[in-house]
Ligand binder design. Structure first.
Ligand code: ADP
Length: 298
């Protein structure tokens, strides 16, 4: 197969690993920087270009690894491949939804997937009421489009929560407020789903002086056994968002697992190291199963 990896750089572990496994399986892989892509509409048919090269009919499948900075453009490029009937491991709608924590949580709660109690608003005159809706302090305040734990604030008292929320509202920053799940104990689960199957899962444990268990913040990682309920949540969250490949983050509360977020381009380094599982190879197998079929329909 001819496969495009849509990414700004091949020089990141996950992208390089996926490319390596495609090549090892005998496929042809091309790195397509979606920030250099353009789409031409209004002609005989929509055409996709990477700089001057017409790549409309080049690929049997695409693997989007769209980062956090150019999500909208990246999703539009993915959408065009989708409209041209090229198989993608992540639909553009899924990428856009997963990028936005509020959109993800709205969809999850509609589908009956448990999430922490969450409030979002833009009303700066009712901050106390919003904190009360969560049962008071401590509360978590999150930037709606933050990643890697940047933009996740723990406000331990009502006073500090109020001042931080006031400030963010005044800066016109989109935030959400969430109950602080103390029983998560600075731990969360990262579950990799590929094509309706869980292929790897790990527990991330934050350092003593942090509640955020992001690998980029130096969390320790180890393989973990999931409960049937956790598996059910991870698979269904991925399905409902419209993603073929996803990293689902859960925390364990005393009332059961809660979904925190879903990542449409999950990093592979931490999970492959923690579990010894070749996650990239699972992605290749998934594309092999679906890629060509979609092309035949074209
Ligand atoms: P990011 O997208 O920036 O990684 P997350 O929403 O995943 O932000 O939060 C980062 C980390 O903070 C999570 O992995 C988890 O360890 C912790 N965390 C997030 N939400 C809560 C919460 N409501 N209660 C307790 N810990 C939380």
């Amino acid at each position: 197969m001819d496969v495009a990896i849509l990414s700004v750089s091949l020089n990141v572990y996950s992208t390089a690993r996926i490319a390596e496994e495609f090549e090892r399986a005998g496929h042809f892989v091309e790195h397509v920087d979606h920030t250099k892509c353009s789409v031409q509409l209004g002609g005989d048919r929509p055409e996709i270009y990477m700089e001057a090269e017409n790549i409309t009919d080049e690929f049997d499948a695409i693997v989007p690894r769209i980062g956090t900075t150019v999500t909208r453009h990246g999703a539009a490029i993915v959408k065009q491949f989708e409209l041209n009937n090229i198989f993608t491991t992540a639909k553009s709608l899924g990428i856009t939804r997963a990028r936005n924590k509020v959109a993800t949580l709205q969809m999850m709660s509609q589908k009956g997937i448990p999430v922490p109690k969450t409030v979002f608003s833009i009303n700066p005159y009712n901050v106390e009421g919003q904190i009360e809706l969560l049962g008071g302090a401590p509360v978590i305040i999150k930037l709606q489009e933050g990643t890697q734990g940047k933009g996740v604030i723990l406000a331990e008292s009502k006073k500090s929560a109020k001042s931080v929320i006031d400030t963010l509202y005044n800066m016109n920053t989109s935030i959400l407020l969430q109950e602080y799940i103390a029983d998560a104990n600075g731990e969360d689960l990262r579950i990799i789903v590929v094509g309706k199957k869980i292929v790897a899962s790990m527990k991330r444990t934050s350092g003593l002086d942090d509640f955020r268990s992001n690998v980029h913040r130096g969390a320790a990682v180890e393989a973990v056994q999931l409960t049937p309920r956790e598996k059910f949540i991870a698979i269904n969250a991925t399905k409902h968002l419209g993603l073929g490949v996803a990293g689902v983050d859960l925390i364990r509360s005393k009332n059961g697992p809660l979904l925190i977020e879903v990542n449409a381009s999950p990093g592979l380094q931490g999970i492959e190291a923690a579990t010894g599982i070749n996650v990239a190879k699972h992605i290749v197998r998934y594309v092999e199963k679906h890629g060509r079929n979609s092309r035949k329909q074209f």
